[in-house]
Ligand binder design. Sequence first.
Ligand SMILES: *Cc1c(COP(=O)(O)O)cnc(C)c1O
Length: 388
Amino acid sequence: MSQKGKSFDTWCVHAGWDGDPCTGAVNPPVYFTSTYKQEAPGKHKGYEYSRTGNPTRHALESAIATLEGARFGYAFASGMAAIDAVMRIMDKPLRVVSIADLYGGTFRLFERVYRPLGYEFWYAENNSELLQVIEKKKPDMVWIESPTNPLLSIVDIEEVAHTTRKVNPEGLVVVDNTFATPYLQKPISLGADIVVHSATKYLAGHSDVVLGAVVTDDDAMAEKIAFLQNAAGGVPGPMDSYLTLRGVRTLHLRMERHCKNAMVIAEFLNSHPAVQTVYYPGLPSHEGHTIATKQMRNYGGMVTFRLKDDTLDAAQVFFSRLQIFQLAESLGGVESLANHPAVMTHASFPREERIKRGITDGLIRLSVGIEDAEDLVADISQALEPLA
Ligand SMILES: *Cc1c(COP(=O)(O)O)cnc(C)c1O
């Protein structure tokens, strides 16, 4: 579909849909149908069966592709289903280089589903090690996230793509763009071959749906992902597709506010006596600040910090006092959430491994929502009071 306008903001509002051809409806109807009436065997309007294609899902797929600056998008029933499809793209067990700070669900899929099938994985601890491991292993695939979870480290996507291509022209670079969204960074324009999303997070944006996406600008890879989507069948239903597209319509506005609020909170925490370290790529003190400034439009809505009293007890005090921030897993919704990686999202790591990775007992991850910044700062301030 040709896109109206030249700006990302206009695409957020319009991409993927140009009025219903039958009724003119400005929003895509939620096509609750599994099958489609044919005029004669094989003579149909482009849709035969909803695993293969559904107009509501297609509107979403086309919109996400447009926002990532690519031609092809495919929606899946979850971010993990999208990631799983990408792992099967080459019809052989892959040799994959990735990062230690990987999303836990992706790590579990790699280690417990794909390693037993003969896949090999290496996880680099930092940017320079990542480039070295790529040079050494000449992998089939390099799988990265930036910013990472929960320490918000930044990976230089352009440099990784360049190095991968240099050592293996067939090597694929995959970027999980969940934390940044295409509002902040467009990995395909930085040299990535494939982008995956947990649209559950910022793209849908309202904590009301689980959905994933794969995006590519390469015809052969698109054909393969479309085949896997239909053959394995991990597709989202029309209602979830609709909810996600509905979220995408305000992505630019939400992201602008997420970033603005996150910066205010990061600066507040950075000068707070109860706080030891703040991890936010927007702070000049952050390791990845320079690369983030180069490859991102702004610094995102996630802020992580470590309490000076780096203990479970201190973290409990903080969480129990929060009024606006809700204690919950996940991220990227309009409402602010607080998460305790050591006990919640990263509890599956053995304690020593977790601490080695900086996920200490007093580490707290915030998904900063789009509420009023002063209200959010006041909430954090009163929750930290007994710890100061
Ligand atoms: C949540 C998440 C996933 C998994 O997505 P689901 O929609 O929960 O299946 C993958 N990658 C990242 C970075 C995530 O935050």
